[in-house]
Design a protein around this ligand. Structure first.
Ligand code: ATP
Ligand code: MG
Ligand code: FE
Length: 361
């Protein structure tokens, strides 16, 4: 099926077009710069930006793929989770498009969309994806999704029917932690790339920052859950004490030690999930995957554990419309009925709701 996907859950306006598992176009407009002076995504600003970016993004995606609106077999949209106001813009646009074209509409889960990014056949785009093993996504797989808005560990037995949430963050998302620590070090937003750059010249073992929810007692109760707010506070306290003592802040060492703490916890828990469930595959997704240290540590420790790591190209790891179109295409190929229009934006949509408002067959 030829599917156009609309993604507006956060600050990216993503329009993707796929034909089955073939990627035809993936247009992304981000309002990231508009949020920079606030140090984080401002929901109202994001929603307004989607409204302005949607139509040009749809036009660009159609032009890039050489597809006409009338050729489409279905429209797909992210229903949640995400920022309610931002989601609503995409949902409204998708309903209008589906009605006017008289095409079925598939309302899907953003997190499961991140996993669906890996079903796309990228042979025509091999350069996009140096770390990605060839061949298709196999089941079961453990997925670690890390971005500015979420940090989740999932067990995927079937993309269209069986996705289990093993654990998630109890407070800040991993990307959010990068952004907050960057801010307290006086580095600009988004903080991930800034911390990464500063860390390159630092010693990851310089400061022993805490690994959240990793003690034996925590691992019993929160084996797959994450917590980054304690780490953020530890960095803040360390920096304050230095400043109070009138000593300079070794930013590279702080950045490298902080990054190591985040990476260590993420990878340790992901590999534990693979081992516990006897799953030899780990899929990584989300914008924090841009972190080279995270990729390297994941690949190295997975190899020791006999686990294959799959990393989609970065343009498919950050929020995008192609993954939403890809998930809808999988649902269609699995014979799933389209969504009714009885759905809206669900900011807390659980990952087990892969498709929302599925209509009668
Ligand atoms: P969502 O949670 O809906 O996916 P988002 O827009 O916040 O929303 P992404 O766009 O996928 O998430 O990722 C942005 C986040 O990734 C930011 O928090 C940013 O700091 C972080 N990030 C980007 N590059 C790096 C990096 N090299 N290292 C660590 N974090 C990074
Ligand atoms: Mg983003
Ligand atoms: Fe996302």
């Amino acid at each position: 099926p030829l599917v156009l996907g609309i993604e507006t859950s956060c600050d990216e306006t993503g329009i993707g077009i796929v034909r089955g598992r073939t990627l035809l176009s993936n247009t992304i407009a981000s309002s990231m710069e508009e949020h920079a002076r606030y140090g984080g995504v401002v929901p109202e600003v994001a929603a307004r930006a989607h409204l302005e970016a949607l139509q040009p993004a749809i036009d660009a995606a159609l032009a890039e793929s050489g597809v006409a609106l009338a050729d489409l077999d279905a429209v797909a949209v992210t229903s949640g989770p995400g920022l309610a106001g931002a989601l609503m813009v995409g949902v409204g646009a998708a309903k209008a498009l589906a009605v006017s074209l008289e095409r079925p509409l598939y309302a899907v889960n953003h997190l499961v969309g991140h996993i669906a990014a890996d079903v796309l056949d990228l042979d025509a785009h091999a350069s996009l994806s140096p770390d990605r093993p060839q061949g298709k996504l196999e089941y079961p797989t453990v997925a670690l999704l890390v971005s500015g808005g979420h940090t989740a560990l999932l067990l995927v037995r079937d993309l269209t029917g069986d996705v289990e949430l093993l654990g998630e963050t109890m407070d800040d998302a991993a990307g959010e932690a990068f952004d907050k620590v960057a801010r307290l070090l006086g580095l600009p937003y988004p903080g991930g790339p800034e911390i990464d750059r500063a860390a390159a010249a630092g010693d990851p073992a310089a400061i022993a920052f805490p690994r959240g929810l990793s003690r034996a007692s925590d691992m019993a109760k929160h084996r797959y859950d994450f917590s980054f707010s304690g780490l953020k506070t530890a960095v803040a306290r360390w920096v304050e004490q230095r400043e109070a003592a009138g000593e300079p802040i070794p930013i590279p060492d702080v950045a490298a030690s902080f990054r190591e703490a985040v990476v260590d916890v993420l990878v340790t828990k992901a590999i534990a999930a693979c081992r516990d469930h006897d799953v030899p595959r780990l899929l990584l997704g989300g914008g924090v995957i841009a972190n080279r240290r995270l990729r390297d540590v994941a690949i190295a420790r997975a190899a020791e554990a006999g686990v294959e790591v799959r990393i989609p190209p970065l343009s498919l790891c950050t929020d995008n419309g192609a993954m939403i179109a890809a998930l809808a295409a999988e649902l269609i190929m699995a014979g799933r009925a389209p969504s009714t229009f009885a759905f809206g934006a669900d900011s807390t949509l659980p990952v087990t709701d892969i498709q929302v408002a599925e209509g009668p067959a």
